[in-house]
Design a protein. Sequence first.
Length: 278
Amino acid sequence: MNDNLQKKILDKVKTLPPMPQIAAKVIQICEKPNFNFSEVIMLVSKDISLTSSILKFANSAAFSPVSEVTDLRQATTYIGVNNLKNLVISISLKSVYNKTFDFISQKIWEHSIAVSIFSRLLALLKKPEIATEVFTLGMMHDIGQIIFKTSVPEYSEFVETAFNNNIPLSEIEKNFIGFDHAELGGYTMKTWKMPHLFIDVVYFHHQYLQSKFKDHSVILTYANNIVKSLSDCIDKVINEADIEYCEEVLKISKAEKDELINNFMEIYKKEKEIFELK
Ligand SMILES: [Fe+2]
Ligand SMILES: [Fe+2]
């Protein structure tokens, strides 16, 4: 364990681009019970790239509108304010990833998108009321890995060691750094003043039984493990016991699982480019 390194990493979190202003304001406004719909639209429309990403999303396979959605008000009515809020957060996160465009970052980003999409599909089936929240959690859960990547020079070697020896990445991180990407992710959510739900679920995403938000955590854990089994990612160790436990809690039948995986593969292929880095 290296105190200097730990300090350097935690300092790095403070220098990250803050949760961008627009996203932070959108969260604030949407949390008021009688928020003003037009206020949200006006705020988002100030950011052209955000607006175009939202339009792309409203027209994507996930929502498959009957006719093309062409303006922000129409898009918001169509996807709902909750989706809009979560989308704004997710798109804003790209600014953190964009700073470190390399193979490992690309893999973490792809994994995050995949977990988001799978979590949302699963929630729509079992807990529709939290579908948009688990989508955002999927995007954020491994953000600690990206921060390690940008602040620990040996991190690529840690990733390689974990990958080649089939060891959970968290284990290597704890041994060499003193804390893992889940703890660092929770700390980042706190620094960004994200709601408690995000701090808790990200912090406990590898110890989901300790989370106070059981539904969110079980869905995220299941999605994380299934996505790992379907695509190559840097932290590839799958926990079969977790998969079984989540299937039992969520009452996922074999037929539902197969259908979920099929839907996921189809949507993931089509939606990957919406969130493309660069
Ligand atoms: Fe993780
Ligand atoms: Fe993950």
